[in-house]
Design a protein around this ligand. Structure first.
Ligand SMILES: [Zn+2]
Length: 282
């Protein structure tokens, strides 16, 4: 019976605060991958059955920040490894989430004559009991498989300069209220310079000219790889007109930039600026 038959319970399950996987973690973890856990208990519908569960709470794959790219990369790694290990006639894949909406994908390696021939797979039916050795074999196959790289997203940080000052902004909807560089993802077909100009124009109303690339700053936000490229720019037109996302934007002197934890690209970009701006240090 789908969990949505009870609307209150369904509403709770869809949120991380009411989600048993987020609260207790998954059971029967076989292997931990970058964005997922692969789980397999002793009892299963088929001998090679495994389940790939997103570490990050999402109801639909496209709710993830990368629209499920890293989740899918892990799922394919597990599927390919189980295919090589168990040589099924066909791998089957199912995403339902009607009982447990936290994103997970079932992998069913199918063999001729298996109990589901000619009918839908019943994920809750038990037709196989795996030994510890069999589960170890599955674990080793997935853990030893090649980690298919997830391509990083390209983002730009606009370092808009006015002498010894830098333009920073505070976001209306971010929990973190520290001032940060104007930044955003590069769109298909755009250069980093064009992305910087567009982001600054959209968010602040300023027209800027990019003078140079300051550097590149790789980052990983949980499961999502990102490379930030910092573009130094100056205002050549327009006037300050904040879009709805920003609640404030102002100029900060290089000696008074806000503190960010060192793993954030903005912290490393600030360090680059401070290093270059300080002529009194050899
Ligand atoms: Zn969850």
């Amino acid at each position: 019976m789908p969990a949505w038959d009870d609307p209150d319970r369904w509403h709770a399950l869809r949120e991380p605060s009411g989600c048993p996987i987020c609260r207790d973690g998954p059971t029967d973890i076989l292997v931990e991958l970058d964005a997922t856990w692969v789980t397999a208990g002793a009892e299963a519908p088929l001998p090679g059955y495994a389940c790939v569960i997103s570490k990050r709470h999402a109801v639909e794959p496209y709710h993830l920040p990368d629209r499920g790219l890293a989740f899918w990369a892990d799922a394919m790694r597990a599927a390919e490894a189980l295919d090589a290990h168990l040589a099924p006639a066909k791998m089957n894949y199912e995403i339902h989430g009607n009982t447990m909406p936290h994103l997970h994908l079932h992998l069913f390696p199918r063999h001729p004559g298996d109990p589901f021939a000619g009918r839908p797979i019943g994920a809750g039916e038990v037709h196989a009991v795996r030994s510890a050795a069999e589960l170890d074999g599955m674990r080793a196959a997935i853990a030893g498989s090649t980690d298919a790289p997830v391509p990083p997203m390209a983002a730009v940080g606009a370092v808009v300069r006015r002498g010894d000052e830098v333009l920073l902004a505070r976001h209306r909807h971010h929990a973190d209220k520290r001032y940060v560089l104007i930044a955003g993802y590069v769109q298909p077909g755009e250069s980093f310079e064009e992305a910087a100009q567009r982001e600054v124009a959209e968010e602040t109303g300023y027209e800027v000219a990019v003078e140079r690339l300051l550097g590149s700053y790789p980052w990983r936000t949980l499961d999502l790889p990102v490379v930030f490229v910092a573009c130094e720019a100056r205002v050549i037109g327009g006037s300050l007109r904040l879009d709805g996302e920003l609640e404030d934007a102002r100029w900060f002197h290089l000696d008074a930039l806000p503190e960010w934890p060192p793993e954030f690209p903005v912290a490393r970009i600030f360090a680059t600026l401070r290093g270059e701006g300080r002529t009194d240090v050899a």
